[in-house]
Design a protein around this ligand. Sequence first.
Ligand code: AMP
Length: 189
Amino acid sequence: MKKICVFCGSSPGADLAYLQMANKLGEEIAARGFGLVYGGSNLGLMGEVAKSALDNGSNVTGIMPKVFEGRVQHPNLTELIVTDTMHQRKAKMFEISDGFIALPGGFGTFEELLEILTWSQIGYSSKPCGILNVNGYYDELLKFFDKSVEMRFVKKEHRDAIIVDTDPKKILDKFEKYKPVIIDKWIDK
Ligand code: AMP
């Protein structure tokens, strides 16, 4: 495990616990000698996780599409990769990262998280994916995932492969032991 990609809000959110958790996650990534990969901005939880990882000695790679370049980028990144498009940016994030963690966030975060989950169930990704469920932020989404299993749109094995915890240490410990689910995606075909 070398590089952890973090998806998270470009806003700080309404609960101080979100910023605190972004800080703790950056610290934990650095403590394990891992690098951080993320969207490259200095805003909200994104800025906080990057600051914390950098302050604690981690290498931080920001990957942003050129529309954002020079507007919101973090000033002290170890490396900044600028891509032509959003899609190229996400492909690069996937290519260079060994695991993915979603902190609280908005549509951008949901989209990034769900893309990795989608890729896992079709065997395109064999990398672990976790959700840091700070103060129950993701409870409703997780419930909805359960409903999608119950309604036979998602296999239980794929739902259960999502690593959910409130402690970054536990998520990263589980990443070390992660085994991808290798089963057919389709139900009732
Ligand atoms: P959101 O959760 O809607 O705030 O979007 C956050 C996610 O979208 C992050 O994980 C980023 O990868 C991407 N993103 C949103 N805003 C920015 C930004 N200003 N700079 C770089 N990436 C961003």
